[in-house]
Design a protein around this ligand. Structure first.
Ligand code: SF4
Length: 756
């Protein structure tokens, strides 16, 4: 019997609504949900991967435990007994920091992970926590945290009302938006242009977004901060800065003014490769536009000056008066938010990076995690001690065990070869994943994660970065098969092991403790909408829900649109969302300054100390100019998202996509031909890739997409193996990180290129 169900796509940040027809337990069809309040029927080819993932015979359905060197099927009880047997003695003997954790990108789309991941991580208590953030967006979170006081206070382009959009290092037509939740970016950008607006793209590649834009400028990889400082200089130099009402909410104008003096367009042009008169024109047009936004993404964060570039984007938005203005760069007001003791509206504790440092290299933590570029050395290096560059004494133990959750760091992080060798030397490795991939093939225990259709979905994180205030909840489409625990129960059972409660912890009791902690944090907030209410009574009101649904219902009800447990009878509840399968539209973005700020000063910190200290490094780089050598950048692909979608035939079939793009001038100079093969080598490694000659890339730059390289022994990905590609992160140097955020430098890697 057929039934239709509506569901938010979990595969990227766009949160598209899907209409899924089920025939029993089989997926009959998937199409865009035309009534979805946000995506209005839009979807991309990746959505069909949901059906293939459901059917994929390589997807794990049973725990695996290593016996005699082989991963063999085991029951959940056997798997947890093995975890307890191996992990608990390590924790007892070597301490909490001896167990490292790597959390992969799909966790950002996973309600269970977002609610219960922190629970077991707190129970573990290790300082060796790593995530995909430090090979991705960490610089933006650092700059936003320092400027506005919270790591997710990221200004989002108000695309639907914007009249001038300056896009740097982002390809939203292919990514469908990143740190910008906005389904159908093609439609939204077309609408922007149809209402007379302008889109300008800055990128070393002529991306699909660039092809649709009014203007595209090639830029030398890693020099977005130079260009942006040139724009800031022009705004100030030509008297174009007009922050308007923001002026009274900002601190540090004079510091920005002083710093910008050294970055006249005529001085930065040599570094970034864009003519000075063009930079001045960009600044003048931004200033003249009624509603404009500057937006930047991965090309600007995974590079040498990532935090500076991220900061300057918002300095430009402030100076042009576009921050927190309709049609500019605004702050989303999400329906459900987890409290973290950040402070009252308008003023808070701000953020502090570098509260501890990695043991070996002394790199600072950000928001509770260390740069993943450090992971290999933390496993390999025996001796403790050392002093970080800022004088702190790093602490911690040698990493002897690793837990990965929905991650593939061997493919996704720098110098894959070294990390892989380090992982092979571990005493124990546990993974929660859907596949045996390049990383999880080394695990001693593999716990299968449920497929998306088997769990409820709500984009707790991504709705904080959306271009419109929306909320949409998807209940599970399929029951878990008999005996298979829900994912949140797996996390709690794991919390039990690392807390010393053994392999059969009382999951119900731990779930109760989780909701009590959530309610307790809310009640501790002086401005809470349920301040003064009785915790037990509030929890009682959430019956009979359990797990992530109970936590979500609570967060929605105390949130800005919630019913506050009866105080606003028309307000949002999870039950209300369940009655609205196409989502609830909560309106366009609205100005939020000063209420959104959580800095100790209650101001927008235009010149945070940590960022200002890095400007001298940028100034020193002005003397550099192109020397004829080649640099490597990545590229986003419509039918791929990092490393894990390559086992879905519909998304990998056809022409080889893991190719090296090179400009015809360089190809001729280096003796390369379209369709031939090239050797690309760097200080870290060497790969061989098929050549694609195209004038869509800047001379002096080559591009290989990341996330490929699936031909290793022991990988159980039959389709991906046939489309293996090469792992471009073999070329990234783990010793080169952006110093403020610790983010890996994956764009602008110096390489030598020649025929294979
Ligand atoms: S754009 Fe993203 S959310 Fe939308 S269908 Fe594609 S993968 Fe899913």
């Amino acid at each position: 019997m057929r039934r239709t169900t509506y569901r938010t796509c979990p595969f990227c940040e766009a949160t598209c609504g899907l209409e899924i027809e089920m025939e029993g337990r089989e997926v009959a069809s998937i199409r865009g949900d035309r009534e979805d309040v946000f995506s209005r029927g839009f979807l991309c080819p990746k959505a069909f991967g949901l059906k293939q993932l459901h059917e994929d015979p390589d997807r794990l359905r049973t725990p695996l435990v290593r016996r005699g060197g082989e991963l063999v099927e085991a029951s959940w009880d056997e798997a947890f007994r093995e975890i307890d047997r191996r992990l608990s003695p390590l924790l007892a003997e070597h301490g909490r920091d001896a167990v490292a954790v790597y959390i992969g990108n799909p966790n950002a789309h996973n309600l269970s992970s977002l609610v219960f991941g922190p629970v077991w991580l707190r129970a573990l208590g290790s300082r060796n926590v790593y995530t995909a953030s430090t090979v991705d967006q960490m610089p933006k979170q650092v700059s936003s945290g320092l400027m506005f006081g919270a790591m997710l206070s990221v200004p989002i382009p108000d695309v639907d009302r914007c009249e001038h959009l300056l896009v740097l290092g982002a390809n939203p037509l292919v990514s469908n938006g990143s740190l910008l939740t906005a389904p159908d970016m093609r439609g939204r950008l077309r609408a922007l242009r149809e209402r007379g607006g302008k889109v300008v793209v800055i990128d070393p590649r002529r991306t699909r977004t660039a092809e649709e834009a009014d203007e595209h400028h090639f830029i030398r990889p890693g020099t977005d901060a130079h260009l942006l400082f040139g724009i800031v200089h022009t705004l100030l130099d030509e008297g174009l800065a007009a922050p308007g009402r923001l002026a009274e909410h900002c601190a540090g104008f004079e510091v920005v003014e002083r710093l910008a003096r050294d970055f006249a367009p005529e001085r930065v042009t040599g570094a970034c490769g864009i003519e000075a008169r063009e930079i001045r024109r960009m600044a003048r047009e931004l200033a003249a536009a009624g509603r404009a936004a500057c937006y930047a993404r991965i090309g600007t964060t995974t590079q040498e000056f990532g935090t500076l570039a991220s900061w300057l984007v918002d300095v430009v938005n402030v100076l042009t008066g576009n921050l927190d203005r309709e049609g500019g760069a605004m702050f989303t007001r999400a329906a459900a938010v987890q409290r973290n003791g950040q402070g009252a509206p308008g003023r808070g504790k701000g953020v502090h990076i570098g509260r501890w440092h990695s043991r070996v290299r002394g790199l600072p933590e950000s928001f509770g995690e260390l740069p993943v570029s450090c992971l290999a050395e933390e496993i390999e290096t025996e001796a403790a001690g050392g002093v970080s560059p800022d004088g702190h004494t790093p602490r911690g133990a040698q990493v002897r065990a690793l837990v990965t959750v929905a991650g593939n760091p061997v493919v996704s992080t720098p110098n894959a070869g070294r990390l892989e060798r380090a992982i092979e030397s571990l005493d124990f490795m546990l993974t929660v994943d859907i596949y045996v991939n390049e990383t999880t093939r080394h695990a001693d225990v593999v716990l299968p994660a449920p497929e998306p259709l088997e769990k409820s979905h709500y984009d707790l994180a991504l709705y904080q970065l959306a271009t419109r205030n929306v909320a949409n909840f998807s209940p599970p489409v399929l029951e878990r098969a008999d005996g298979q625990p829900a994912e949140w129960q797996v996390f709690l059972r794991l919390a039990g092991v690392v807390a010393g409660r053994g392999p059969n912890a009382d999951v119900e009791a731990l779930d109760r403790m989780t909701i009590e902690a959530l309610v307790g944090r809310e009640l501790a907030e002086p401005h809470s909408r349920v301040a003064g209410r009785d915790a037990a009574e509030l929890i009682e009101s959430l019956e009979p829900r359990r797990g992530p649904e109970r936590a979500l219902d609570f967060m929605l009800r105390v949130g800005p649109y919630g019913d506050a447990f009866g105080a606003d009878p028309g307000g949002l509840t999870l039950e209300g969302l369940e009655r609205s399968p196409h989502g609830v539209d909560l309106g366009p973005l609205e100005p939020r300054i000063p209420e959104v700020l959580r800095t100790p000063s209650g101001k927008i910190e235009l010149a945070p100390r940590e960022i200002v200290a890095d400007v001298s490094r940028l100034r020193a780089s002005l003397a550099r100019s192109a020397n004829g050598s080649m640099v490597l950048v990545g590229r986003r692909q419509l039918r791929s998202n990092n490393s894990w979608m390559h086992n879905l035939d519909a998304l990998v079939k056809g022409k080889d996509r893991c190719t090296m793009h090179i400009h015809p001038i360089d190809a001729e100079r280096l003796g390369l031909e379209d369709g031939g093969r090239a050797v690309v080598s760097s200080a870290a490694g060497r790969v061989e890739a098929p050549v694609e000659v195209t004038d869509g890339i800047m001379p002096g730059v080559v591009s290989i997409p990341h996330g490929w390289g699936h031909d290793a022994d022991g990988v159980r990905l039959r389709v991906a193996r046939r489309h293996a590609g090469v792992n471009s992160n073999v070329l990234a140097d783990e010793n080169v990180v952006e110093p403020v955020s610790g983010n890996a430098v994956l764009n602008g890697i110096p390489v030598e290129v020649g025929p294979a």
